[in-house]
Write a protein that binds this ligand. Structure first.
Ligand code: ZN
Length: 263
């Protein structure tokens, strides 16, 4: 791992942050995406489950990635976890020019999903990018998604927001893994508060992923009607009371997400 320079950055809140219901992940001032370093261009991305303990020295989040089976149990059988993960990837795939395929070996995967080796919080993502020219978008090199095996997880919504729906949590974390940040506290899947108010991508989520990867081939919906839909973006309404905030964080709002730049 020599030659890797790792830097942690508190993400600044740009003036445009959250406008349109999405916010693109910025690492060291660079937008990051999979595939070609051009906005609006799709990409093919592989993923795998960690089946052995992996250590990522330079990661801020998910440094110790334990086998995913640590998460499985009586209430969440492994085959259910696999199915829910597949469904979570499919949600982003349907909405954009992204395509995902599972590979057997985590060491060959673009996105690795595992259990936290040192459990904390609920779930985190770690994104690292490859070096590039001074200007423009940087290419994501690898992303990690880690879930806390000490937390209870469930499948589907039941109104109890202390136990997170695994698919919803995965959709959110995969959103980070493909280059999206939190637009704010609520109203979108990429918002940093857990909600059971909706179980699919919201207008801002769609605009965000389509800005990065374009629209999906089977997407016959009108394109990102950015301005006309803006006022429809839900931003409040179902916002949980602020006092409950700490119970419903996925990850710290505007959390410092580590990136790794190879010199
Ligand atoms: Zn998050």
């Amino acid at each position: 791992m020599a030659g890797l320079l790792s830097l942690a950055f508190a993400l600044p809140l740009p003036a445009h942050g959250g406008e349109g219901g999405y916010r693109l992940l910025e690492l060291d001032g660079y937008l990051v995406k999979w595939g070609e370093r051009e906005l609006g261009v799709g990409a093919s991305v592989s993923y795998a489950f960690a089946d052995e303990t992996l250590r990522f020295e330079d990661a801020r989040n998910c440094r110790d990635l334990a086998p995913i089976k640590a998460l499985a149990g009586r209430d969440l059988p492994m085959e259910t976890l696999v199915r829910e993960t597949k469904a979570a990837f499919r949600v982003w795939e349907r909405a954009s020019g992204l395509s995902f395929h599972e590979v057997g070996d985590a060491r060959d995967a673009d996105i690795v999903i595992g259990a936290q080796g040192r459990p904390r919080g609920r779930a985190f993502a770690n994104v690292s990018y490859a070096p590039g020219p001074e200007e423009g978008v940087r290419a994501i090199e690898q992303a990690l998604v880690c879930l806390n095996p000490d937390q209870e997880w469930k499948v589907g919504f039941d109104g109890n927001k202390d136990v997170y729906d695994i698919r919803y949590a995965l959709i959110h974390e995969i959103g980070h893994a493909i280059g999206l940040d939190h637009p704010g506290p609520s109203g979108q899947v990429m918002a940093f508060l857990y909600t059971e108010a909706f179980n699919e991508l919201q207008p801002g989520d769609l605009r965000g992923v389509q800005r990065l990867y374009g629209r999906g081939a089977d997407d016959s919906e009108p394109a990102n009607g950015l301005d006309t839909q803006l006022s429809e973006t839900p931003t409040g309404g179902r916002l949980p009371a602020l006092g409950r905030l700490s119970h419903h964080l996925y990850d710290e709002p505007a959390s410092p997400i580590l990136f790794i730049a190879t010199e």
